[in-house]
Design a protein. Structure first.
Length: 108
């Protein structure tokens, strides 16, 4: 069980847009209570789908350009990208682990 890696704007293109597998990006902030509350579920999802889904997180405060490019207006925002294209999005932590599973399952 490796921790969900945190990306920066300099690693985003390589790790997400050029990924061979679908990617779930967790746009979060350290002072966001729902972000902190759902973090264990994000880790569980990463563990359950190792090898067929890449799960990463991106601090919105430290990577504002990327967050603005993806029109992230609230935290947490989860975006699924496949082949470099957005194929799914969820705002907020509603649904917990099952909500995240429902978001990514059509894209695996």
């Amino acid at each position: 069980m490796a921790d969900v890696p945190e990306l920066t704007e300099s690693t985003f293109d390589t790790e997400v847009l050029q990924s061979d597998v679908p990617v779930l990006v967790d746009f979060w902030g350290p002072n966001c209570a729902p972000c902190v509350a759902i973090a264990p579920h994000v880790q569980t999802l990463a563990d359950e789908n190792a090898g067929r889904l890449k799960v990463v997180k991106m601090n919105v405060h430290e990577n504002m350009r990327t967050a603005m490019n993806f029109k992230v207006s609230s935290m947490p925002t989860f975006i699924v990208l496949k082949g470099g294209q957005e194929v799914g999005r969820q705002r907020g932590a509603q649904g917990g682990l099952q909500g995240l599973r429902n978001l990514v399952s059509p894209h695996l």
